[in-house]
Structure formats: structure tokens, C-alpha cells
Design a protein around this ligand. Structure first.
Ligand code: NAD
Length: 259
């Protein structure tokens, strides 16, 4: 499905990124792995970066090859970290890296952003999302403080994922002349090393969500959907956010709308 495709997988050292890298190779692709933690597993080449740091991303973009067929933006941090770091890594860094990679992408390339079920409530945050649209790295601290995003820890995570879903939709046609598309995937709770951090910050909300589930997700539930979006089978899927969550988004939407 991905034969001869050169795919960047960020967050390749753990969890969903590691499983995506493994699957991309199994499906015939070449993996350019990127993470802050070094790994040699499931990658053909590896680059170290801190997505919370602009200079680190600049150096990475310069070092990466041209002609990349797919960009899977999977690296991310949980809401147990400070709000500024969460917004820098999970939103500002993803956007900055992607925009600076466009010239290095091949025509017809596919970009996949790992958002989250936590981004489902974006329609209630549109004004905040608009204010943050053009934030640079050095403006994040002031933004999170002035918008109360640092008051409740998980809010930073919810906000970053809401804004990432919106950013994905907004770029539905930006690179259409080159056939480059961007989509998002929103997992529910997935068994990876950061799940315990989510449960710690989400407390009661997470307990309630888990009660309605038959089982937790695993990276193997998510990676095939990333691979599908990276493949040539999806050229007309653009700017969408696909829930891969065992039905949690549908359950929440039915509940919110009295269905
Ligand atoms: N696990 C879940 O329940 C869940 C649910 C919804 C969405 N997600 C999203 O899926 C993505 C992957 O999460 P995961 O569960 O596999 O977590 P994970 O911790 O297993 O993997 C995250 C990877 O990102 C890397 N990373 C973190 N910060 C980085 C930085 N500043 N620079 C470079 N690399 C960095 C880590 O080193 C790690 O290898 C994240 O974007 C997360 O928000 C996870």
C-alpha cells in the first residue's frame, strides 16, 4: 500500500508513532523517523528534534531530504506538562514544522495530524482559536496566561487539539494545486506510555468515558488509519478529522444533542 513511499513519522520512538513506523515499513514504505528520543527501531533514518523549539525545527527542516511522500505528525506531550510546553509542542511546533516542510514534500503528498477526541469541542473555542492562529513560539506563554489556558492543566491539551483540528480543516485546499492534502485522526484513550498522564489530569471525565467503553484502544487500532490516509487511496479525503475511538465521539455527540 505504501511501496516506495518516503514517509516521515514524528514521535516514532514510542506508542502510536512507533507502531505507525513499523506498519509503514511493513507496507513497503521507507521511514524517516523523528523524535526527541533516539531510536533505531522501525526507521530507515532518524533525526532528533524538540518540537517545542523553533531553532531545533529549523535545523531539522534543513537536514531533511526532498521528495517526501507523506508526513505523519504524531509526536505529542500529555497535559501533565506545563501549559506552555503542551501548546508549543502539540500545536505551534506541528504547524511550524508542517508549513516549513511543504517545499520538501513531493506533489501528491499526504499530511496526517494526530489530534484527539479531546479536540471534539472546537466549536466552543473558535474565538480563542482565532486569537492563537498566528502565534509564534515566543508568544505562547503570554497567550496561555491571558486566556486561562494555564489554570486547568488539561485545558492546554484540549485547546491544542481543538486548534489542530481547525487548522487541518482550514488547509483543506491550501496546497491543492500540488495535490498535497492534510487530514487529522482523533483517537480516544489509547494504551501507550502517556495514557496514565491523561487519566491523572482528566480524573472523573476519564473514568466516565472508560465506563462506556468495551476496551481501551491500542496503537494497532490507530496506525492502519494513518497508513490509509498516507496511501494513494485517499486523494479526495481533504481537511477531515477521522475519529478512531471505539465510538466515543459518536457517543458524546449523541449525548450533547439529546439523541
Ligand atoms: N495515548 C492516547 O490516549 C492518545 C489519545 C489521543 C491522541 N493521542 C495523541 O497521539 C500522539 C502520540 O501519543 P502516544 O500516546 O503514542 O504517546 P507516546 O508518549 O507513547 O509517544 C509520543 C512520542 O512523541 C515524542 N515527543 C514528545 N514531545 C516531543 C518533542 N518536544 N519533540 C519531539 N518528539 C517529542 C516522545 O518522545 C514520544 O516518542 C500524541 O500527539 C497524542 O496527543 C494519544
Amino acid at each position: 500500500m505504501l511501496t516506495n513511499k518516503k514517509i516521515i513519522v514524528t514521535g516514532c520512538a514510542s506508542g502510536i508513532g512507533a507502531e505507525t513506523a513499523r506498519l509503514v515499513k511493513e507496507l513497503g514504505g521507507t521511514v524517516i523517523g523523528i523524535d526527541r528520543n533516539e531510536t533505531t527501531e522501525n526507521v530507515d533514518s532518524f533525526y532528533k528534534v524538540d518540537f517545542g523549539d523553533k531553532a531545533s525545527i529549523d535545523a531539522l527542516v534543513q537536514a531533511l531530504p526532498d521528495g517526501v511522500d507523506g508526513l505523519a505528525n504524531i509526536a505529542g506531550v500529555p497535559p501533565t506538562l506545563d501549559a506552555e510546553t503542551v501548546v508549543r509542542v502539540n500545536l505551534i511546533g506541528v504547524k511550524y514544522f508542517t508549513l516549513n516542510m511543504i517545499d520538501k514534500l513531493a506533489d501528491g503528498a499526504s499530511i496526517v495530524n494526530l489530534a484527539s477526541l479531546a479536540g471534539l469541542g472546537w466549536p466552543n473555542s473558535v474565538e480563542q482559536i482565532k486569537v492563537a492562529a498566528d502565534l509564534d513560539f515566543d508568544q505562547v506563554a503570554e497567550f496561555v496566561a491571558s486566556h486561562d489556558i494555564d489554570k486547568e492543566q488539561a485545558r492546554s491539551y484540549f485547546f491544542a487539539k481543538e486548534a489542530l483540528v481547525v487548522w487541518t480543516m482550514q488547509h483543506r485546499w491550501t496546497w491543492r494545486d500540488r495535490g498535497i492534502r492534510v487530514n487529522a485522526i482523533s483517537p480516544g484513550a489509547v494504551e501507550t506510555p502517556i495514557l496514565k498522564d491523561f487519566l491523572e489530569t482528566l480524573g472523573k471525565k476519564a473514568d466516565e468515558a472508560r465506563k462506556v467503553m468495551d476496551r481501551a484502544g491500542t496503537p494497532k487500532d490507530i496506525a492502519p488509519v494513518v497508513a490509509f490516509l498516507l496511501s494513494d487511496m485517499t486523494p479526495w479525503i481533504r481537511g477531515v478529522n477521522i475519529a478512531v475511538d471505539g465510538g466515543q465521539a459518536a457517543n458524546a455527540l449523541c449525548g450533547m444533542n439529546g439523541l
